[in-house]
Design a binder for this molecule. Structure first.
Ligand code: UD1
Ligand code: UDP
Length: 369
């Protein structure tokens, strides 16, 4: 049962549940802002991501406190992983009952934490609420909808999220437009993304396209991976391609021979500072990542998103993002590399100003009074 002391007081903590790479980047400014207010916090790592390059490097790069606990859940099918997450989180929240659970984004750790907290009567705050791709073939879309349904506080990163939540019957007094904490992290570290130093260290060419792909729809089916590999080889015929490979697609891209092209450079997943430096120095980015669509919007780097939809339309209306299919990737990239498209289409999305963590901390501490 929830304790009666307010979250963040000495008796009861605000528990941040993080587990996967993008969670760490989003949580860092919230944890930092709450620390500045003297709140009592607990960082719960589920262990959904566990390789040093998928997890610990972010804690080092971002100065996040070492997690108070690592549940070590690891990988599995959706049911197996979500079930293991729920069992681990139920034990954690029972032994160390928080006054509030803060969850981030749309990964399995997010929805598992929301379900467990809600059933234990612990209030839930969702950072990055209300994003919708309207595509239930994406596991993340299901996670987002369920998490928002269970959340007492919905922190929206962009205005259209408010409309989506209203359409689903979420009471407006639960919803707060706070901007984007992932962009807080980006802006707070701008002078640490050294594209020239990274280029020298990794011996990268002056002009390159950075690529990152990990969505099941792109990397799980070997035939699809073979088709994407052929397209990326065509891209490499005109510009070097540098791709830090997410573990999900590694075996499939290796089997398809992605690295066999002399102008394709495959890397291990990069730490945050190196990855954003890679992005910053790129002529263009090819991705299916949610976070990378947002970061390129602020960095002004053209972003080609290999997906039929995006839950982040502000990155198109206000940023450098465009959706591409596998068949129009090469032609679109040609245009981008020739400078035949605008790099930035609009103004920065509202409140993507580096102060979202503070706004979230302010609502969390006010809400608990
Ligand atoms: C998860 C999220 C996705 C997010 C992505 C960020 C879900 C449903 N998906 O996808 O929304 O965009 O994280 O990167 O939560 N693996 C390793 N080492 C690791 C972690 C994973 O080798 O440290 C491998 C395992 O083979 C694992 C596979 O990657 O089975 C997939 O990992 P998982 O966490 O299930 O999903 P992601 O594809 O990483
Ligand atoms: N990122 C990173 N190293 C990489 C690839 C991505 O540090 O090799 C960062 C990226 O800058 C962003 C976050 O990881 O901050 C996005 O995570 P990912 O693409 O895995 O997940 P998504 O945003 O699609 O959920």
């Amino acid at each position: 049962m929830a304790t009666s002391a307010p979250p963040g007081s000495q008796d009861t903590a605000i528990a941040h549940v993080v587990g996967a790479r993008p969670n760490f980047v989003k949580a860092a400014p919230v944890v930092s802002a709450l620390r500045g207010r003297g709140a009592h916090q607990r960082v719960v790592h589920t262990g959904q991501h566990y390789d040093d390059r998928m997890s610990a490097v972010f804690f080092r790069d971002l100065g996040l406190p070492t997690p108070d606990v690592d549940l070590g859940v690891g990988s599995g099918s959706h049911a197996a992983q979500t079930a293991a997450l729920m069992v681990g989180l139920e034990r954690e929240f029972t032994e160390n009952t928080p006054g509030m659970v803060v969850v981030y984004g749309d990964v399995n750790s997010t929805v598992a934490a929301a379900l467990v907290a809600a059933k234990l009567g612990v209030p839930v705050a969702h950072v990055e609420a209300g994003l919708r791709s309207f595509d239930n073939t994406m596991p993340e879309e299901i996670n987002r909808r369920v998490t928002d349904r269970l959340s007492d506080l919905c922190f929206a990163t962009s205005p259209e999220a408010i409309g989506h939540l209203a359409a689903e019957g979420v009471s407006p007094d639960r919803v707060h437009l706070v901007g984007n904490p992932m962009i807080d992290t980006l802006l707070g570290n701008l002078d640490r993304f050294d594209a020239q130093a990274l280029r020298a260290r990794l011996d990268l060419p002056e002009r390159y396209v950075a690529a990152t792909l990990h969505r099941p729809a792109n990397v799980d089916d070997p035939d699809n991976v073979a088709r994407l590999t052929a397209r990326l080889h065509e891209v490499a015929d005109v510009a070097d391609v540098v791709m830090p490979v997410h573990p999900r697609g590694k075996a499939a891209f290796d089997r398809a021979g992605l690295g066999d092209h002399p102008r394709v450079r495959l890397l291990e997943p990069l730490g945050y500072l190196d990855f954003v430096a890679l992005t910053r120095g790129a002529a263009a980015v090819v991705t299916d990542s949610g976070g990378v669509q947002e970061e390129t919007t602020i960095l002004g780097v053209p972003c080609l998103t290999l997906r039929p939809n995006t839950e982040r339309p502000v990155t198109i209306t206000h940023g450098t993002n465009q959706l591409v299919t596998e068949s129009d990737l090469v032609a679109t990239l040609d245009k981008v590399l020739d400078g035949r498209v605008d790099e930035r289409i609009g103004d920065t999305p509202p409140l993507w100003d580096g102060r979202s963590g503070e706004r979230i901390a302010s609502v969390l501490t006010r809400w608990s009074r």
